[in-house]
Design a protein around this ligand. Sequence first.
Ligand code: PMP
Length: 361
Amino acid sequence: MKELLLIPGPTPVNEEVLKEISKQPISHVSKDFAFYIEKSIEYLKEIFGTKKGSILIIPGSGTIAMEMAIKNLLNKNEKALVLSFGFFGDRFLEILEEDGFMFDFIKSEWGEVIDLNLITEKLKKEHFSVITITHVDTSTGILAPVEDYLKVIKEFSPDSLIILDGVCATGGVKEKMDEWGIDVILTGSQKALSVPPGLAILSVSEKAMEKRKHLGKIGFYYGDFLRWKETMDDPIKYFATHNTNYTFGLKKSLEIILSEGLENRFRRHYENANFIREKMDKIGFKVFGNKNYLSPTLSLFVYPEGVDDEEFRKKLHEKGITVASGIKNLKGKVFRMGHMGEVKKDELEYAYEKIIQVINR
Ligand code: PMP
Protein backbone atom coordinates (compact mmCIF):
# COMPACT_ATOMS: atom_id res chain seq x y z
CA MET A 1 0.00 0.00 0.00
CA LYS A 2 1.29 3.44 -0.93
CA GLU A 3 1.50 5.70 2.10
CA LEU A 4 1.16 9.43 1.67
CA LEU A 5 1.60 12.04 4.37
CA LEU A 6 -0.63 14.91 3.29
CA ILE A 7 -0.68 16.93 6.49
CA PRO A 8 0.51 20.55 6.41
CA GLY A 9 3.91 19.55 7.76
CA PRO A 10 5.87 17.48 8.19
CA THR A 11 5.73 16.73 4.48
CA PRO A 12 7.14 13.84 2.41
CA VAL A 13 10.92 13.82 2.04
CA ASN A 14 12.81 12.91 -1.13
CA GLU A 15 14.76 9.62 -0.94
CA GLU A 16 17.97 11.44 -1.85
CA VAL A 17 17.50 13.73 1.15
CA LEU A 18 16.85 10.74 3.42
CA LYS A 19 20.04 9.13 2.13
CA GLU A 20 22.05 12.22 3.07
CA ILE A 21 20.53 12.33 6.54
CA SER A 22 21.38 8.67 7.17
CA LYS A 23 25.12 9.13 6.57
CA GLN A 24 27.53 8.96 9.53
CA PRO A 25 27.85 12.33 11.29
CA ILE A 26 31.07 14.29 10.78
CA SER A 27 32.71 16.80 13.10
CA HIS A 28 30.50 19.85 13.47
CA VAL A 29 33.56 22.13 13.56
CA SER A 30 35.35 20.65 10.55
CA LYS A 31 35.98 22.28 7.18
CA ASP A 32 34.04 19.43 5.60
CA PHE A 33 30.97 20.28 7.62
CA ALA A 34 31.42 24.03 7.08
CA PHE A 35 30.92 23.33 3.37
CA TYR A 36 27.37 22.04 4.05
CA ILE A 37 26.47 25.14 6.07
CA GLU A 38 28.00 27.51 3.52
CA LYS A 39 26.21 25.91 0.59
CA SER A 40 22.92 25.81 2.48
CA ILE A 41 23.29 29.52 3.28
CA GLU A 42 23.99 30.31 -0.38
CA TYR A 43 20.86 28.42 -1.51
CA LEU A 44 18.64 29.80 1.26
CA LYS A 45 19.55 33.36 0.29
CA GLU A 46 18.12 32.66 -3.13
CA ILE A 47 14.92 31.20 -1.67
CA PHE A 48 14.43 34.10 0.79
CA GLY A 49 15.33 36.67 -1.88
CA THR A 50 18.16 38.28 0.01
CA LYS A 51 21.75 39.26 -0.73
CA LYS A 52 22.84 40.81 2.55
CA GLY A 53 20.59 38.99 5.02
CA SER A 54 22.31 36.72 7.58
CA ILE A 55 21.05 33.16 7.40
CA LEU A 56 20.85 31.26 10.71
CA ILE A 57 20.28 27.48 10.77
CA ILE A 58 19.32 26.41 14.28
CA PRO A 59 18.51 22.97 15.72
CA GLY A 60 14.92 23.50 16.78
CA SER A 61 11.42 23.89 15.36
CA GLY A 62 9.63 26.92 13.91
CA THR A 63 8.49 28.15 17.29
CA ILE A 64 12.00 28.82 18.55
CA ALA A 65 12.59 30.94 15.45
CA MET A 66 9.45 32.96 16.30
CA GLU A 67 10.66 33.54 19.85
CA MET A 68 14.17 34.38 18.66
CA ALA A 69 12.81 36.97 16.24
CA ILE A 70 10.86 38.70 19.00
CA LYS A 71 13.54 38.60 21.69
CA ASN A 72 16.34 39.76 19.40
CA LEU A 73 14.46 42.77 18.03
CA LEU A 74 12.36 44.19 20.81
CA ASN A 75 13.18 46.24 23.88
CA LYS A 76 10.99 45.96 26.97
CA ASN A 77 9.95 49.63 26.60
CA GLU A 78 8.88 49.21 22.97
CA LYS A 79 5.71 47.81 21.51
CA ALA A 80 5.02 45.14 18.91
CA LEU A 81 2.02 44.89 16.59
CA VAL A 82 0.78 41.42 15.65
CA LEU A 83 -1.24 40.99 12.47
CA SER A 84 -3.05 37.71 13.07
CA PHE A 85 -5.55 35.78 11.04
CA GLY A 86 -5.26 32.43 12.80
CA PHE A 87 -3.75 30.13 15.39
CA PHE A 88 -0.11 30.76 14.41
CA GLY A 89 -0.54 34.53 14.25
CA ASP A 90 -1.90 34.29 17.78
CA ARG A 91 1.19 32.36 18.82
CA PHE A 92 3.19 35.59 18.50
CA LEU A 93 0.81 37.13 21.06
CA GLU A 94 1.46 34.27 23.46
CA ILE A 95 5.21 34.61 23.04
CA LEU A 96 5.08 38.39 23.59
CA GLU A 97 2.98 37.95 26.70
CA GLU A 98 5.07 35.11 28.12
CA ASP A 99 8.29 37.06 27.58
CA GLY A 100 6.89 40.24 29.13
CA PHE A 101 6.77 42.53 26.10
CA MET A 102 4.20 45.22 25.28
CA PHE A 103 2.04 44.55 22.27
CA ASP A 104 -1.15 45.24 20.40
CA PHE A 105 -2.81 43.29 17.62
CA ILE A 106 -5.22 43.33 14.71
CA LYS A 107 -7.09 40.10 14.14
CA SER A 108 -9.27 39.08 11.25
CA GLU A 109 -11.90 36.40 11.22
CA TRP A 110 -10.52 32.98 10.38
CA GLY A 111 -10.62 32.48 6.62
CA GLU A 112 -10.16 36.19 5.94
CA VAL A 113 -7.23 38.58 5.78
CA ILE A 114 -6.75 41.85 7.66
CA ASP A 115 -8.38 44.97 6.22
CA LEU A 116 -5.67 47.41 5.11
CA ASN A 117 -7.62 50.35 6.55
CA LEU A 118 -7.37 48.84 10.02
CA ILE A 119 -3.60 48.66 9.66
CA THR A 120 -3.44 52.27 8.47
CA GLU A 121 -5.59 53.50 11.37
CA LYS A 122 -3.50 51.66 13.92
CA LEU A 123 -0.19 52.91 12.53
CA LYS A 124 -1.41 56.51 12.39
CA LYS A 125 -2.19 56.41 16.11
CA GLU A 126 0.83 54.71 17.57
CA HIS A 127 4.38 53.65 16.86
CA PHE A 128 5.33 49.97 16.79
CA SER A 129 8.99 48.94 16.80
CA VAL A 130 8.19 45.46 15.49
CA ILE A 131 5.32 44.20 13.32
CA THR A 132 4.69 40.48 12.83
CA ILE A 133 2.98 38.98 9.80
CA THR A 134 2.17 35.31 9.25
CA HIS A 135 2.66 34.54 5.57
CA VAL A 136 0.42 31.46 5.53
CA ASP A 137 -1.55 30.63 8.65
CA THR A 138 -1.66 26.85 8.71
CA SER A 139 -4.85 26.90 10.77
CA THR A 140 -6.84 28.69 8.04
CA GLY A 141 -5.04 27.95 4.76
CA ILE A 142 -4.94 31.66 3.98
CA LEU A 143 -2.00 33.43 2.32
CA ALA A 144 -1.54 36.99 3.58
CA PRO A 145 -1.24 39.71 0.91
CA VAL A 146 2.15 40.61 2.33
CA GLU A 147 3.07 43.08 -0.39
CA ASP A 148 -0.16 45.04 0.20
CA TYR A 149 0.39 45.07 3.96
CA LEU A 150 3.93 46.27 3.43
CA LYS A 151 2.93 49.15 1.17
CA VAL A 152 0.81 50.52 4.00
CA ILE A 153 3.39 49.77 6.70
CA LYS A 154 6.23 51.38 4.75
CA GLU A 155 4.12 54.49 4.18
CA PHE A 156 2.93 55.02 7.75
CA SER A 157 5.65 53.38 9.81
CA PRO A 158 8.77 53.02 7.68
CA ASP A 159 11.15 52.29 10.56
CA SER A 160 9.19 49.37 12.08
CA LEU A 161 11.05 46.09 11.88
CA ILE A 162 9.02 43.44 10.03
CA ILE A 163 8.99 39.78 11.04
CA LEU A 164 7.48 37.40 8.50
CA ASP A 165 6.56 33.88 9.66
CA GLY A 166 7.22 31.79 6.56
CA VAL A 167 6.84 28.40 8.24
CA CYS A 168 4.06 27.24 5.93
CA ALA A 169 5.18 29.32 2.94
CA THR A 170 8.94 29.46 2.40
CA GLY A 171 9.94 27.36 -0.60
CA GLY A 172 6.32 26.99 -1.74
CA VAL A 173 5.40 30.60 -2.46
CA LYS A 174 7.37 33.68 -3.48
CA GLU A 175 9.21 35.57 -0.76
CA LYS A 176 11.41 38.57 -1.56
CA MET A 177 13.03 39.71 1.63
CA ASP A 178 15.18 42.56 0.27
CA GLU A 179 12.70 43.83 -2.31
CA TRP A 180 9.77 43.80 0.12
CA GLY A 181 11.79 45.27 3.00
CA ILE A 182 11.41 42.44 5.52
CA ASP A 183 13.76 42.25 8.49
CA VAL A 184 13.33 38.64 9.57
CA ILE A 185 11.87 35.75 7.62
CA LEU A 186 11.69 32.58 9.66
CA THR A 187 10.75 29.05 8.76
CA GLY A 188 11.07 25.39 9.71
CA SER A 189 12.62 22.57 7.73
CA GLN A 190 9.52 20.36 7.71
CA LYS A 191 7.15 22.07 5.31
CA ALA A 192 7.82 23.34 1.79
CA LEU A 193 11.58 22.87 2.25
CA SER A 194 10.92 19.11 2.37
CA VAL A 195 13.30 18.14 5.16
CA PRO A 196 12.08 16.34 8.32
CA PRO A 197 11.22 18.52 11.34
CA GLY A 198 14.26 19.66 13.32
CA LEU A 199 15.74 22.82 11.85
CA ALA A 200 14.61 26.39 12.46
CA ILE A 201 15.87 28.74 9.78
CA LEU A 202 15.98 32.53 9.86
CA SER A 203 17.10 35.25 7.52
CA VAL A 204 17.96 38.47 9.34
CA SER A 205 18.44 41.89 7.70
CA GLU A 206 21.38 44.17 8.45
CA LYS A 207 18.97 46.62 10.09
CA ALA A 208 17.67 43.87 12.37
CA MET A 209 21.21 42.78 13.31
CA GLU A 210 22.03 46.39 14.18
CA LYS A 211 18.98 46.53 16.42
CA ARG A 212 20.05 43.31 18.12
CA LYS A 213 23.49 44.83 18.85
CA HIS A 214 21.89 47.83 20.53
CA LEU A 215 19.79 45.70 22.89
CA GLY A 216 22.72 44.38 24.98
CA LYS A 217 21.86 41.19 26.87
CA ILE A 218 18.53 39.71 25.75
CA GLY A 219 18.08 36.90 28.28
CA PHE A 220 18.06 34.14 25.66
CA TYR A 221 21.51 32.53 25.53
CA TYR A 222 20.70 29.79 22.99
CA GLY A 223 18.57 32.02 20.78
CA ASP A 224 20.90 34.99 20.45
CA PHE A 225 21.26 36.13 16.83
CA LEU A 226 24.82 37.33 17.48
CA ARG A 227 26.05 33.98 18.79
CA TRP A 228 24.54 32.15 15.83
CA LYS A 229 25.75 34.70 13.31
CA GLU A 230 29.34 34.11 14.39
CA THR A 231 29.15 30.37 13.79
CA MET A 232 27.23 30.82 10.53
CA ASP A 233 29.83 33.29 9.22
CA ASP A 234 32.57 30.83 10.16
CA PRO A 235 31.13 27.38 10.92
CA ILE A 236 34.45 26.15 12.30
CA LYS A 237 33.83 28.41 15.31
CA TYR A 238 31.82 26.48 17.87
CA PHE A 239 28.78 27.96 19.55
CA ALA A 240 26.40 25.02 19.93
CA THR A 241 26.54 21.71 18.10
CA HIS A 242 25.04 21.97 14.63
CA ASN A 243 22.53 19.39 13.52
CA THR A 244 25.04 17.80 11.18
CA ASN A 245 22.83 15.22 9.49
CA TYR A 246 19.83 17.46 8.97
CA THR A 247 22.17 19.99 7.43
CA PHE A 248 23.33 17.29 4.98
CA GLY A 249 19.66 16.74 4.17
CA LEU A 250 18.90 20.44 3.96
CA LYS A 251 21.67 21.08 1.45
CA LYS A 252 20.43 18.25 -0.75
CA SER A 253 16.81 19.36 -0.55
CA LEU A 254 17.72 22.95 -1.42
CA GLU A 255 19.62 21.66 -4.46
CA ILE A 256 16.52 19.76 -5.56
CA ILE A 257 14.38 22.88 -5.04
CA LEU A 258 16.69 25.17 -6.98
CA SER A 259 17.16 22.67 -9.80
CA GLU A 260 13.38 22.63 -10.24
CA GLY A 261 13.59 26.44 -10.39
CA LEU A 262 11.75 28.67 -7.94
CA GLU A 263 9.26 30.04 -10.47
CA ASN A 264 8.45 26.51 -11.68
CA ARG A 265 8.06 25.32 -8.14
CA PHE A 266 5.72 28.14 -7.13
CA ARG A 267 3.65 27.56 -10.31
CA ARG A 268 3.48 23.83 -9.56
CA HIS A 269 2.15 24.60 -6.08
CA TYR A 270 -0.63 26.78 -7.54
CA GLU A 271 -1.49 24.22 -10.19
CA ASN A 272 -1.61 21.33 -7.74
CA ALA A 273 -3.74 23.31 -5.29
CA ASN A 274 -6.23 24.21 -8.02
CA PHE A 275 -6.24 20.64 -9.29
CA ILE A 276 -7.22 19.06 -5.98
CA ARG A 277 -9.65 21.86 -5.06
CA GLU A 278 -11.59 21.48 -8.31
CA LYS A 279 -11.83 17.73 -7.80
CA MET A 280 -12.92 18.00 -4.17
CA ASP A 281 -15.48 20.65 -5.05
CA LYS A 282 -17.15 18.21 -7.45
CA ILE A 283 -17.76 15.76 -4.61
CA GLY A 284 -19.14 18.40 -2.28
CA PHE A 285 -16.05 19.35 -0.29
CA LYS A 286 -15.86 23.15 -0.56
CA VAL A 287 -12.59 24.82 0.20
CA PHE A 288 -12.62 26.95 3.36
CA GLY A 289 -11.70 30.64 3.33
CA ASN A 290 -11.74 33.70 1.12
CA LYS A 291 -11.11 32.47 -2.43
CA ASN A 292 -8.91 35.47 -3.24
CA TYR A 293 -6.35 34.54 -0.60
CA LEU A 294 -6.04 30.77 -0.64
CA SER A 295 -2.55 29.45 -0.01
CA PRO A 296 -1.10 27.07 -2.59
CA THR A 297 0.62 25.07 0.16
CA LEU A 298 -2.44 23.58 1.86
CA SER A 299 -6.23 23.41 1.66
CA LEU A 300 -8.95 23.21 4.27
CA PHE A 301 -11.87 21.19 2.95
CA VAL A 302 -15.26 21.65 4.57
CA TYR A 303 -17.07 18.37 5.22
CA PRO A 304 -20.37 17.95 3.42
CA GLU A 305 -23.40 17.02 5.56
CA GLY A 306 -23.15 13.56 7.03
CA VAL A 307 -19.38 13.04 6.85
CA ASP A 308 -17.88 12.48 10.30
CA ASP A 309 -14.41 13.98 10.75
CA GLU A 310 -12.83 11.33 12.99
CA GLU A 311 -14.21 8.45 11.01
CA PHE A 312 -13.30 9.97 7.64
CA ARG A 313 -9.69 10.61 8.63
CA LYS A 314 -9.38 7.19 10.27
CA LYS A 315 -10.67 5.34 7.20
CA LEU A 316 -8.50 7.41 4.90
CA HIS A 317 -5.49 6.68 7.09
CA GLU A 318 -6.23 2.95 6.82
CA LYS A 319 -5.96 3.41 3.06
CA GLY A 320 -2.53 4.98 3.49
CA ILE A 321 -3.46 8.66 3.26
CA THR A 322 -2.91 10.85 6.29
CA VAL A 323 -4.56 14.26 6.48
CA ALA A 324 -4.91 16.61 9.46
CA SER A 325 -7.88 17.75 11.51
CA GLY A 326 -9.11 21.32 11.73
CA ILE A 327 -7.86 23.45 14.63
CA LYS A 328 -9.95 25.11 17.38
CA ASN A 329 -13.37 26.20 16.06
CA LEU A 330 -12.79 24.42 12.78
CA LYS A 331 -12.25 21.04 14.44
CA GLY A 332 -14.80 18.55 13.14
CA LYS A 333 -15.87 20.94 10.37
CA VAL A 334 -12.89 20.75 8.02
CA PHE A 335 -9.85 18.63 7.37
CA ARG A 336 -6.52 20.08 6.33
CA MET A 337 -4.56 18.70 3.42
CA GLY A 338 -0.96 19.73 2.84
CA HIS A 339 0.12 19.77 -0.81
CA MET A 340 3.49 21.40 -0.59
CA GLY A 341 7.12 20.56 -1.16
CA GLU A 342 7.61 17.18 -2.78
CA VAL A 343 3.90 16.35 -3.17
CA LYS A 344 3.14 15.51 -6.81
CA LYS A 345 -0.03 15.95 -8.83
CA ASP A 346 -0.40 12.21 -9.43
CA GLU A 347 -0.17 11.67 -5.67
CA LEU A 348 -3.01 14.12 -5.15
CA GLU A 349 -4.98 12.24 -7.79
CA TYR A 350 -4.24 9.00 -5.91
CA ALA A 351 -5.33 10.53 -2.60
CA TYR A 352 -8.50 11.76 -4.26
CA GLU A 353 -9.34 8.24 -5.43
CA LYS A 354 -8.94 7.00 -1.86
CA ILE A 355 -11.18 9.81 -0.59
CA ILE A 356 -13.87 8.73 -3.07
CA GLN A 357 -13.58 5.15 -1.79
CA VAL A 358 -13.96 6.32 1.81
CA ILE A 359 -17.05 8.46 1.24
CA ASN A 360 -18.76 5.91 -1.02
CA ARG A 361 -18.59 3.08 1.49
N1 PMP B 1 4.04 29.17 12.20
C1 PMP B 1 3.29 28.51 11.32
C2 PMP B 1 2.61 29.26 10.23
C3 PMP B 1 3.16 27.12 11.45
O1 PMP B 1 2.41 26.44 10.59
C4 PMP B 1 3.82 26.44 12.49
C5 PMP B 1 3.72 24.94 12.65
N2 PMP B 1 2.69 24.31 12.08
C6 PMP B 1 4.58 27.20 13.37
C7 PMP B 1 4.68 28.55 13.19
C8 PMP B 1 5.30 26.55 14.51
O2 PMP B 1 6.29 25.73 14.02
P1 PMP B 1 6.79 24.42 14.81
O3 PMP B 1 5.62 23.53 15.00
O4 PMP B 1 7.82 23.86 13.87
O5 PMP B 1 7.37 24.88 16.09
